[in-house]
Design a protein around this ligand. Structure first.
Ligand SMILES: Cc1ncc(COP(=O)(O)O)c(C=O)c1O
Length: 444
């Protein structure tokens, strides 16, 4: 038996008991993942993603954080913070445990095959060539974004963010004394699309030199098409705007979609951009703070180092976890994609059949659904005073359904009425959360 198979079987068996227990503990719900709408999922069966893996008590943000803040209400379905409820790839834990056993925490270089594994992952899965000397380490994707912004922007200068857009961008921009320029996406037949006319005007009006671009996009879930990105890239190149392509969510792509790395569009796009990635979303390693960035433009990479972005080595456990992820994680990631795809379609069907107050169409990439819950806000009579619609909805779902969702306004002005729902959870929990939401909405 190979090392892979032994590990998979051991962890699978461990998970199976827990799943059965939870299934029987929640009455009226299926004990397995065969809930309606999840039947088309084809998976290796190497990993039991339906295992009910208990995260409570580790001090994390997603579970312990919201449960602390929501007291006296319990939150059995925390679907806010963008990390996953699944046990991570067993090889990662095995590698970390082996390293822990040494009880030596002296200086440690990057693992010998670290960059080789980054390069192989991107080449094999996305046909993306990452040049060995062009990769820089980072303590996180935002850490890398910040270094790039500081090199290419002057204090107070604007940064374009397409909105709704990842809330963390606004914090980094604000804290580093830049200003964000919201370039609103337009809803066209239910899909959020780029508004390049407005972007062109904004670039001119504010003299923008940088865009923080997200692909696949958080929170809309768009995997931008080559044509969409080429049009945006041409505009940016024409106007001398640097593209910072945050592709942290690239490993989550639903079956009806394709992820195209921005830098693979052609040399001129690769030369005028940086790309940032990480194993943190894909393998749930956010707290390990290990990410990387690269660019075909070697001069920009060299300048970034000269400007002070020097992360030769990272936290020992983060490096080991990231390395094991890319080395052993292919099947896990394939299974994960199928599983999340199942969740997206389940949510779509559930909303269509049971929740007329919520609009959602299966999105393309990321494990985040941006649901239109304005019908629920209307039913509740709307917000009071200067309360945000999203805050009204967040409180309602926590208090009446035990579900935490993130307010759409966190992602920009045009997120009003939307809530971001994290689908990186078991089919059973998703089903239970939706049942609880339906019950709460029906009782308004
Ligand atoms: C688009 C995007 N970029 C960056 C991050 C944060 O990455 P990191 O924790 O590596 O800084 C997130 C986390 O949710 C994200 O969604």
């Amino acid at each position: 038996m190979t090392e892979n198979t032994t590990l998979n079987r051991r962890f699978f068996m461990k998970g199976a008991g827990a799943t059965a227990l939870l299934g029987s503990a929640i009455s009226g719900l299926p004990a397995t993942a065969s809930a309606k709408g999840m039947g088309n999922v084809s998976m290796s069966m190497a990993y039991d993603l339906s295992e009910e893996f208990n995260r409570i008590g580790s001090g994390d943000s997603k579970w312990d954080g919201i449960r602390r803040r929501a007291r006296p209400f319990d939150v059995p379905f925390p679907m806010g913070v963008a990390d996953m409820d699944f046990r991570t790839l067993p090889h990662i834990t095995e590698a970390l445990m082996k390293r822990m056993g040494h009880q030596n925490w002296g200086y440690q270089p990057i693992p010998a095959d670290f960059y080789e594994n980054i390069i192989a992952w991107n080449a094999d899965r996305y046909d993306q060539t990452v040049k060995p000397g062009s990769i820089l380490n980072a303590h996180g994707v935002l850490d890398g974004c910040l270094s790039i912004l500081k090199l290419h922007n002057t204090e107070g200068a604007p940064v374009i963010v397409q909105t709704p857009g990842y809330s963390g961008f606004f914090g980094v921009i604000r804290n580093a004394q830049f200003t964000s320029v919201e370039n609103p996406l337009k809803l066209v037949d239910g899909r959020w699309e780029m508004d390049l006319d407005t972007m062109a005007d904004q670039i001119d009006e504010h003299n923008c030199k940088v865009i923080l671009f997200c692909n696949p996009q958080n929170p809309t879930g768009n995997c931008w098409t080559p044509d969409e990105m080429r049009a945006m890239g041409d505009l940016c190149i024409d106007k001398g705007v640097l593209v910072i392509a945050d592709e942290i969510h690239c490993d989550f792509v639903n079956k009806h979609a394709t992820y195209t790395p921005y830098a693979t569009l052609g040399d001129k796009y690769a030369q005028s951009s940086y790309t940032l990635k990480s194993t943190s979303k894909s393998f749930n390693l956010a707290a390990q703070h290990c990410a990387y960035l690269f660019s075909d433009n070697q001069e920009m990479i060299d300048n970034l180092k000269k400007s002070g972005h020097q992360r030769g080595s990272l936290n020992a456990l983060g490096m080991i976890a990231c390395n094991a992820a890319y080395k052993y994680g292919r099947t896990y990631m394939d299974d994960m994609q199928s599983y999340i795809d199942g969740n997206c379609h389940f949510l779509e069907n559930f909303c269509a059949e049971n929740l007329p107050e919520i609009k959602y169409k299966a999105h393309e990439g990321t494990y985040l659904a941006f649901i239109n819950a304005s019908g629920v806000a209307d039913k509740l009579g709307g917000p009071n005073g200067d309360q945000r619609v999203g805050d009204l909805l967040q409180r309602f779902f926590i208090e009446k359904a035990g579900v935490n969702l993130n307010p759409g306004e966190n992602y920009g002005k045009n997120g009003v009425g939307y809530m971001r729902m994290n689908l990186a959870t078991t089919h059973l929990k998703l089903h239970s959360a939706l049942n609880a939401m339906k019950k709460a909405i029906d009782a308004i």
